[in-house]
Design a protein around this ligand. Structure first.
Ligand SMILES: *Cc1c(COP(=O)(O)O)cnc(C)c1O
Length: 413
């Protein structure tokens, strides 16, 4: 039960625990059965079809609503290894964090925690700042009596994921100008939050936000959930000096869908862990991360770091070219390429058409593709469709092209 794992043991108890477990693992492994051929559910090789749920071709990107991303076979393999043994979850989290810190060459004093996702990382990170390693405060959340109770955020940085901040009980104090910021500061201020994707829209940019946090001795968190690529973002914000940095594991990194990274100062990571599963009577007990996700995240990160990112980007452009080449053969259809500066910084394409030549609204086009066979999900824009190609599987660019051409021709004047 519960809270015996304090900060000292969390940060220092690793060696002994791992050592003790190692010999047992080898004995146990040899007696495990090989996985048998499936009968019953899963027997056809397509569980989704058996359940009557349509799978989709995903031209929209890493959407949690569509299952995020697809893990690589190597990630699947280490997750299968993880299923075969019991292990201390806190010890595994510490060891995985240490390995991730080494892989990312994080600055001294930084480590990582595999969370249930960026959203879980945001909540646990803040909870840790509020409670530190005080058992009774940890149990008390989201009742903030005796704790700081406010987080400062720029108005344009508000987004649905700040629900995870509010879930701790804190109040968000919205600011716009530097003067607002000064006025917002108070003894109640627990943290300053920065949404990385909103850097361009706020008056105070990512470097100045950090400077203000240092000057006022308030910890700063940056949410960079969808902000790889580029891969360097995985260490950039820790190197800048941000105290806590959050990433999704199940987006471009193609880690397990219910995994993410909380990167930050060791002390704060330790406090965050104390507010999370497996510890009971914690705010984060519902954000359980299994041993499978923890090792899967480590492997996904290793693969992602070793990836030829330039080749990958070229492949993503090539897929868009395939679609563009075909659809622009239809009279009245045009395409335009762009790449968002930050967040989903991947090749992206708009597909637009002349409504005088093709009698189809963006909504109708979107619905028709979604209901088609195969079902295709693209983005609906104001005047047409949008797509990216980084979650497509082999040959799906061609399928999208063919189905778009068919759709446009069917509605051509
Ligand atoms: C996706 C996303 C999150 C949530 O990430 P999960 O890994 O799905 O929990 C949080 N913040 C931003 C900006 C995101 O794009």
């Amino acid at each position: 039960m519960g809270m015996k794992w304090n900060r000292r043991t969390f940060l220092g108890g690793l060696g002994a625990t791992i050592g003790a477990a190692a010999s047992g693992i080898r004995l146990f492994a040899s007696s495990l059965p090989q996985s048998a051929k499936l009968s019953g559910f899963g027997g056809t090789g397509n569980v989704y079809e058996e359940l009557g749920v349509t799978t989709v071709i995903n031209g929209q990107g890493t959407m949690t609503m569509l299952g995020g991303s697809l893990i690589r076979p190597e990630v699947e393999a280490v997750m299968a290894q993880a299923t075969k043994h019991f292990v201390s979850i806190p010890a595994l989290e510490i060891a995985a964090g240490k390995k991730i810190a080494e892989m990312l060459k994080l600055p001294d004093g930084y480590t990582a925690f595999v969370s249930s996702g960026a959203a879980g990382a945001i909540q646990s990170g803040l909870a840790g700042i509020l409670t530190r390693d005080d058992d009774s405060l940890i149990r008390q959340l989201p009742d903030l009596a005796g704790m700081k109770s406010e987080v400062i955020i720029q108005k344009s940085h508000r987004n649905p994921f700040d629900h995870q901040l509010r879930g701790t009980g804190i109040k968000l104090i919205e600011i716009e100008t530097r003067e607002d910021f000064k006025r917002a500061l108070s003894p109640r201020t627990a943290m300053m939050h920065f949404s990385n994707f909103a850097n361009a829209t706020g008056q105070i940019k990512v470097d100045e936000w950090l400077k203000l946090s240092k000057e006022n001795n308030i910890p700063a968190m940056i949410d960079a959930a969808a902000d790889t690529p580029p891969v360097s973002h995985l260490w950039d914000y820790a190197n800048m000096g941000y105290d806590l940095v959050t990433f999704s594991g199940g987006k471009a990194m193609r880690g397990p869908q219910c995994a993410g990274l909380l990167i930050g100062r060791k002390e704060l990571i330790g406090y965050a862990a104390l507010n999370n599963s497996p510890y009971e009577d914690t705010l984060g007990r519902g954000q359980k991360v299994g041993k499978e996700e923890i090792v899967g995240m480590v492997k996904a990160l290793e693969l992602y770091l070793n990836e030829d990112h330039d080749a990958l980007t070229r492949e993503w452009w090539k897929r868009l070219d395939t679609v563009s080449h075909e659809v622009t053969k239809v009279e009245g259809v045009s395409t335009a390429y762009f790449e968002p500066d930050i967040a989903n910084h991947v090749p992206t394409m708009h597909i637009d058409w002349d409504p005088r030549r093709i009698n189809l609204t963006p909504d109708e086009a979107h619905q028709s593709l979604r209901k088609g066979n195969p079902s295709i999900v693209l983005e609906r824009t104001e005047i047409g469709l949008g797509m990216n190609s980084f979650m497509l599987q082999l040959g799906e660019d061609k399928i999208i092209a063919d189905n778009l051409v068919k759709l446009f021709r069917a509605h051509s004047a």
